[in-house]
Design a protein around this ligand. Structure first.
Ligand code: ADP
Ligand code: MG
Length: 278
């Protein structure tokens, strides 16, 4: 250490200059503390405003989609009556148009149901209960009733969680449902596995379907995004956005790993026990 770097011993009595400097430093610290407090307060307020606006948006989606259901049912009924009234008088082309009309009404109904599910994912919470995920997945597969050529391989001895049953069931319904629906393989195989990692369980749903190009790995989680035209594979593009919302509001993460032609593996984490502050 050079002589100039050596610390100088403070003199016994502080000089007026050091006192003034100390005072200034204290004032600066106080001002910084005040600034920090203002920032903290602002970010707390911003978070609560964001939460409020998300709640309002979910509420809006709920009311709007609920109110859209009645007139849509009306259109469906009118189309059916028209078809019945016209009977044999209707030409082949008009009959085709009426069938298309019914198809569009069904699509619109599916969209409304999807928006309702999306709004519910953020609004509705239920009590936690003990859920045996092996049994839950078996029930999901039962509900989906896959065609006979589909193989569903579920890892034995899946964990039991203390959690809300319905949202977890909905996540599996969407992921296993997608693996079956989007699989263009002649012998579709879906593999479900789980691994405990700390206070979370890491689930995966893998398929031998067409796979997803990396540039779409984020886009597919956005609402209304589908990769194939709706007339090719009927879908709303809502399922994965609901999955992500359900998973993230419960403290987990959801992502996909895939390459075109090599199938897809959808991953998500889910807490073993309810979070005190989800
Ligand atoms: N297992 C899968 N294999 C291939 N593509 C998939 C798979 N799951 C989802 N996708 C793609 O992601 C899109 C979004 O999925 P989703 O939100 O569930 O909508 P939907 O199933 O109604 O089309 C799908 O349209 C499809 O293109
Ligand atoms: Mg889907």
């Amino acid at each position: 250490m050079s002589a100039t770097d050596a610390p100088t011993r403070p003199s016994e009595a502080p000089t007026e200059d050091t006192v003034a400097e100390l005072r200034r430093a204290r004032q600066q610290i106080a001002a910084l503390e005040q600034l920090l407090e203002v920032h903290e307060q602002a970010s707390i307020e911003q978070a609560s405003r964001l939460e409020q606006s998300n709640r309002e948006l979910d509420q809006f989606a709920y009311v709007a989609s609920h109110d859209l259901k009645a007139p849509l049912r009306g259109i469906a009924n009118l189309a059916q009556w028209l078809e019945e009234d016209l009977g044999d008088k209707v030409s082949g082309e008009s009959r085709e148009h009426l069938t298309l009309l019914r198809g569009r009404v069904d699509r619109m109904e599916a969209l409304i149901e999807g928006i309702l599910a999306y709004s519910r994912a953020g609004r509705v919470r239920e009590d936690a209960e003990c859920v045996d995920t092996g049994k839950l997945i078996a029930a999901v597969v039962d509900l989906l009733a896959p065609p006979a050529n589909v193989t569903i391989a579920v890892q034995p001895r899946l964990p039991s969680l203390v959690t809300e049953r319905m949202p977890l069931q909905q996540v599996f319904m969407n992921l296993i449902g997608n693996a079956i629906k989007h699989c263009r393989n002649a012998s579709p195989t879906v593999t479900v596995a789980a691994e405990e990692t700390g206070d979370m369980v890491h689930f995966s749903v893998a398929d031998n379907g067409p796979g997803i190009a990396p540039q779409f790995h984020e886009r597919i989680w956005q609402i209304f995004q589908t990769l194939a035209p709706r007339d090719e594979i009927e879908g709303t593009g809502i399922g994965l956005s609901v999955v992500r919302k359900l998973v993230e509001t419960r403290g987990g993460r959801a992502w996909v790993e895939s390459q075109v032609g090599q199938g897809s593996t959808f991953h998500f984490t889910w807490p073993l026990r309810p979070r005190t502050n989800p």
